[in-house]
Design a protein around this ligand. Structure first.
Ligand code: FES
Length: 122
């Protein structure tokens, strides 16, 4: 059973879409279930000012994606690197055990987007 928060973010996901002028892009997929996520960030002075995502996946993956965009917005890059699948699942009031792998997508895609931004800047 999904929590109310998961259902809310699943049925009404925040920050869905593309970002043509993204500063960093992270892509993550799960080969087991075939789900995939693309996450875009906008960065100013080391702070994430905007986040958008596109996810092809299950309800939990969409809820996690939506939640990661909300949590990461306004964070510094270092703070955002500390977001974990556990913290995302907690922010959603928990995920069923068999759905915990879905929360990897959100944290990993975010971290990849930050790495992408940093490698472009370097
Ligand atoms: Fe694979 Fe949810 S079932 S991401």
């Amino acid at each position: 059973m999904y929590s109310k928060k998961v259902m809310d973010h699943f049925t009404n996901p925040r920050n869905v879409g593309e970002m043509p002028d993204a500063d960093g892009i992270g892509e993550e997929g799960n080969p087991v279930c075939g789900d995939a996520m693309k996450l875009f960030i906008k960065v100013k002075d080391d702070v994430i000012t905007d986040v958008k995502f596109q996810t092809f996946g299950c309800g939990a993956a969409i809820a996690v994606s939506s939640m990661v965009t909300e949590v990461a917005k306004g964070m510094t890059l270092d703070e955002a690197m500390k977001i974990t699948k556990e913290s995302l699942s907690e922010a959603l009031d928990g995920l069923p055990p068999q759905k915990m792998h879905c929360s990897n997508l959100g944290a990993d895609a975010l971290h990849k987007a930050i790495e992408d931004y940093r490698s472009k800047k370097a």
